[in-house]
Design a protein around this ligand. Structure first.
Ligand SMILES: C=CC1=C(C)c2cc3[nH]c(cc4nc(cc5[nH]c(cc1n2)c(C)c5CCC(=O)O)C(CCC(=O)O)=C4C)c(C)c3C=C
Ligand code: FE2
Ligand code: FE2
Length: 351
C-alpha cells in the first residue's frame, strides 16, 4: 500500500497495518482475448475458454479428449488467421482489448467527474489477461471496501455474464477482508443503451448511398438446448431487437434477428446469420445493414465473421449493398449508457 492514501485505525498499536482510505471499485468484466494470434497463445486461450463448463457443459471425460486432441490441434490455425486479419498491430493486441481500454478510460473520466476519488474504475477478463483475480486483488489493496462488478454484456447468458460472475466470486473467496459486492445481470432494457444503439443505426443509415431494405441484428449464438434448459439469452436478444425497433419507429419487416458463430455439432438458436443473409438476398433484399447488439466492443466475431464471412455469403447470393454497423465501442452515447447503469447500481454506496 505504498503509494496510496492510508491511515492507521484509532487506538491501534504502532505496528497495526495501515489501512487504505475507503473506496468503491467499479470493475468492468469482458470475455478475454488471446495474447497473440500465434498457435500456442491461441491454443492456451481457447483451451481455457472451451474448458469452461458454463460454455461447453459436457462432462470433462467426454469433452476434454475431443477438445485437447482434435479441436485444439486445428482451431488455433483457423482462429489465428481470423485474428491476424483484424489484429491491432500498432499496439500488438486484439481490437477487443484496445476498445475495452478506450471504454474504461472514458468511463473512469466520467466517474471521476461525478464521484471524485470515492471510486476507481478498472477492467478484467474472464479468460486470459488481465485476470479477474489480479484486478480484484488490486482493488482491495487500493482500499475498495465495495466492488460493483459490471460484465459488459447487454444480454445475460450463463456462458458470458454467468461465468464472469463465477470468476469474480472465486476471486473474492481468496480475500481475507472481503469487500461488499454487487453484480449487474444485464442492461439491454436500459433506455440509454437502446438510445445509443438506435443513434448508431440512424447515423449509419444517414451515410449510406441508398436506404437498406432490412437491418439484420446479428447476435452471437448459443446452443438451442441451453435455451430449453433455462438460459434467458435468446429471449433477451429477441427483446433487444423489439426495443430497438420501437425506438426507431420502423415496421417489423425492416428488422430481422439472427444468430452467428455456431460452434460444435449441436443445433444452435436460429436463424443462422450466414444463411439468413443469403436467403434475404435471394428474396430480393439487395441492400442490407447489419449490427451486432450482443457485443459491447468490436472483436473477431464482428470485424472478421460479420464483415468478411457473412458479407461474402450475402454478396454471393446476389446482395448488392452491405453496410456493416460497428459496435458501440467508445461512442459517447454508449459511455453515457454504461455510466447510467453503473450510477443506478451504486445506490447507497457513493454520494
Ligand atoms: C456476446 C455474447 C456471447 C455468447 C452468448 C457466447 C457464447 C459462446 N461462445 C462460444 C464459442 C466461441 N466464442 C468465441 C469468441 C467470442 N465470443 C464472444 C461472445 C459470446 N460468446 C466474443 C465477444 C468473442 C470474441 C473474442 C475476441 O477476442 O475477439 C470463440 C473464439 C473465436 C473463434 O475461434 O472463433 C469461440 C470458440 C460458445 C461455444 C458459446 C456458447 C456456449
Ligand atoms: Fe463466443
Ligand atoms: Fe466466430
Amino acid at each position: 500500500m505504498k503509494d496510496m492514501a492510508t491511515s492507521r485505525p484509532e487506538h491501534a498499536p504502532a505496528d497495526h497495518p495501515r489501512i487504505a482510505v475507503e473506496k468503491t471499485g467499479i470493475l468492468i468484466g469482458n470475455l478475454g482475448t488471446p495474447d497473440s494470434y500465434d498457435y500456442w497463445p491461441l491454443r492456451r486461450y481457447l483451451s481455457e475458454f472451451l474448458s469452461d463448463k458454463r460454455v461447453i457443459d459436457y462432462p470433462a471425460w467426454k469433452w476434454q479428449p475431443l477438445l485437447q486432441l482434435v479441436i485444439l490441434t486445428k482451431r488455433p490455425f483457423s482462429s489465428g488467421k481470423a485474428y491476424k486479419s483484424i489484429w491491432n498491430e500498432a499496439e500488438n493486441e486484439s481490437p477487443l482489448l484496445t476498445i475495452t481500454k478506450q471504454q474504461v478510460a472514458k468511463l473512469s473520466k466520467a466517474m471521476a467527474e461525478e464521484y471524485g476519488d470515492q471510486v476507481m474504475v478498472d477492467f478484467c477478463m474472464r479468460y486470459g489477461n488481465p485476470s479477474t483475480r489480479s484486478k480484484v486483488r488490486a482493488m482491495v489493496e487500493a482500499g475498495c471496501r465495495r466492488i460493483l462488478f459490471v460484465p459488459l454484456y447487454p444480454q445475460y447468458a450463463g456462458a458470458t455474464t454467468g461465468t464472469a460472475n463465477d470468476h469474480f466470486f472465486r476471486a473474492l473467496m481468496q480475500e481475507r477482508w472481503q469487500p461488499a459486492a454487487r453484480t449487474i445481470s444485464h442492461y439491454f432494457v436500459h433506455p440509454d443503451y437502446i438510445e445509443a444503439l438506435a443513434q448508431s443505426i440512424e447515423r449509419a443509415y444517414a451515410q449510406v448511398a441508398e436506404r437498406p431494405d432490412v437491418l439484420v441484428c446479428s447476435y452471437h449464438g448459443l446452443p438451442e438446448r441451453y435455451l430449453h434448459e433455462g438460459d434467458p439469452y435468446y429471449c433477451h436478444c429477441v427483446k433487444t431487437t423489439r426495443l430497438l425497433r420501437e425506438r426507431l419507429g420502423w415496421p417489423e419487416s425492416e428488422l430481422v434477428t439472427t444468430f452467428q458463430s455456431q460452434f460444435g455439432k449441436e443445433e444452435w438458436v436460429k436463424p443462422y446469420t450466414v444463411e439468413e443473409v443469403a436467403r434475404l438476398a435471394q428474396a430480393g433484399k439487395k441492400r442490407l445493414a447489419i449490427c451486432a447488439p450482443a457485443f459491447a466492443a468490436d472483436c473477431v466475431e464482428t470485424l472478421e465473421e460479420i464483415n468478411d464471412e457473412i458479407r461474402e455469403s450475402f454478396e454471393n447470393a446476389g446482395g448488392e449493398q452491405f453496410t456493416f454497423i460497428p459496435c458501440l465501442n467508445d461512442d459517447d452515447a454508449h459511455i453515457t449508457a454504461i455510466a447510467s447503469v453503473i450510477r443506478e447500481n451504486l445506490g447507497g454506496w457513493v454520494e
